[in-house]
Design a protein around this ligand. Structure first.
Ligand SMILES: Cc1ncc(C[n+]2csc(CCOP(=O)(O)OP(=O)(O)O)c2C)c(N)n1
Ligand code: SF4
Length: 469
């Protein structure tokens, strides 16, 4: 067991398991502990501990968050570059470290890493290539050597059957965006010193906002290789590095320009909402008299305008200065498949766009009523599209309104506005928003601007009918 505490960036004690709190869970001679010590040291030297978000992969290093006293995210297998992309774009001052094994990065996560590299995401990736799936007991990895025997290649890796070892550093070096692509090794003292420097450089590049740095590190797995720790390091120098040559393939640190202050300046505050709703001016209405969060689900089938109706409802709420989320859900069919949208509106920050208990269900067809009526809170509301639904809700603790929405929409020559009719009815009954704000928001949700007038008339007609009921 290796003791890795050398830097303040690592915790004093590791609470992963009972017993000695000073040792890690890594096997004796494992490269992970050595590499993580080097990363911790570089973080300390650069003075960036409070900015670091360490992405732990799935693999033997899955428990890195027990060791690094930094921000930590445990990512799904292979997805760290996608998680890192999101995090970095939202928190541009963070230092994102993606630490991934060969199963994680070169197997299940090949697409994520290639695209993150191709976009030149401003992050530092450390790719730990031990040519095996260590955590699961030594199966063949994409980087396993030809003829190497593993749990899943007991007679050796066969080129025809299994392909040749993937050389990730060389692949990534073919892309235009990466700033640094290098392969180093945790083997002899000389190679370790080079590794330490390269780790520092990859992090420094990010601190300087230079872009994507990728360091592949050949690392020992004595356990899966069935050799001693000393033999494992010799194996790296004498065998592994002949297949995966060490060296720096790309280094543009001295020639690229740093990123500007913000890659995505529009992704903030109210502008962000406007961007989501496809541009354009929002109406400005009085603050809605809403004290608590409200969740409204519109559910039906594709072609009834469920999603665009939801957009109009969301925009009307934004116009009334509410905070809003719009969460669609739909099947693969363009027409006729299931479609629903949940709009959550709140006077304060929306707690979650996923609502398990809803205040109002707008059911546009029978299956939706049956599927979702149980989600409505006691004393909530169900709006039933009486043109298509010929049975009553089973709930007797909610208010039910019937609206012949499909008929009204069809009469107006707008069957795709069925949801909008129901939303108009919701606004009429609930009085949370105003019909004016819905009409004012139409131009943001409708792709065909020529239909704004007809949709407006349909909304007004719906309200007229409901008032005269
Ligand atoms: C979606 C999913 N598929 C498969 C697994 C099983 N699994 C866990 S770790 C691992 C491979 C880890 O190998 P590597 O990334 O090389 O890291 P190492 O353990 O060698 O450090 C696999 C396939 C999983 N946990 N999740
Ligand atoms: S199985 Fe291999 S990679 Fe995993 S901790 Fe042990 S030596 Fe390290």
């Amino acid at each position: 067991m290796e003791q890795i505490k050398t830097s303040d960036v690592l915790y004093e004690e590791f609470f992963r398991k009972d017993g000695d709190k000073k040792i890690t869970h890594y096997c004796p001679g494992c490269g992970h502990g050595t590499i993580q010590k080097m990363i911790a040291q570089a973080i300390e030297d650069l003075g960036i501990q409070d900015r670091v978000v360490f992405l732990s992969p799935v693999g033997c290093s899955v428990f890195s968050y027990y060791y690094f006293d930094t921000g930590n995210i445990q990512c799904s297998h292979g997805r760290a570059p996608a998680v890192g992309t999101a995090f970095k774009r939202v928190h541009e001052d963070s230092i994102v470290i993606s630490y991934q094994g060969d199963g994680d990065l070169a197997g299940i996560g090949t697409a994520e890493i290639i695209h993150a590299a191709n976009r030149g995401e401003n992050m530092s990736v450390f790719f730990i290539n031990n040519a095996t799936y260590g955590m699961t007991g030594g199966q063949m990895a994409p980087t396993t050597l030809l003829e190497e025997k593993t749990l899943t290649s007991p007679f050796g890796r066969d080129r025809k059957r299994d392909g040749a070892p993937i050389k990730m550093a060389e692949m990534i070096a073919t892309l235009d965006e990466p700033v640094l692509v290098s392969r180093v090794a945790v083997s002899s003292t000389k190679e370790m010193l080079k590794t330490k420097k390269m780790i520092y450089k990859a992090l420094k590049n990010q601190v300087d906002n230079l872009g994507f740095s990728f360091v592949e590190i050949l690392s020992a797995c004595p356990t899966s290789w069935h050799v001693s720790p000393v033999e494992a390091r010799v194996h790296i120098d004498e065998t592994l590095s002949t297949v995966f040559p060490l060296g720096t393939f790309v280094d543009k640190a001295d020639t690229v320009l740093p990123y500007g202050p913000s890659l995505f300046p529009f992704l903030s505050g109210e502008d962000f909402l406007v961007a989501i709703v496809e541009g354009g001016e929002l109406a400005e209405c009085e603050q809605a008299p809403l004290k608590d969060e409200l969740a409204i689900m519109v559910a039906g089938f594709g072609g009834q305008g469920v999603l665009s109706g939801g957009v109009s409802l969301a925009n009307a709420a934004i116009a009334h200065q509410l905070q809003v989320s719009w969460l669609p859900s739909y099947g693969p069919e363009m027409r006729g498949g299931k479609a629903s949208v949940t709009v959550v509106m709140s006077p304060d920050e929306v707690s979650s766009p996923l609502a398990e208990d809803i205040d109002c269900l707008i059911a546009l067809n029978s299956p939706s009523l049956t599927a979702y009526e149980h989600m409505v809170k006691p004393s909530g509301t169900i709006l039933v599209n009486s043109s298509l639904i010929d049975h009553e809700p089973e709930r007797d603790d909610v208010t039910v309104h019937h609206v012949p929405a499909s008929d009204l929409a069809k009469e107006a020559g707008l069957p795709q506005a069925t949801a909008l009719v129901m939303i108009s009815a919701y606004i009429h009954y609930s009085q949370v928003l105003t019909i004016d704000s819905l009409i004012e928001s139409l131009h943001l949700g409708l792709k065909k601007k020529s239909l704004i007038g007809k949709n407006r008339e349909l909304i007004l007609k719906t309200v007229e009918i409901l008032v005269s009921k």
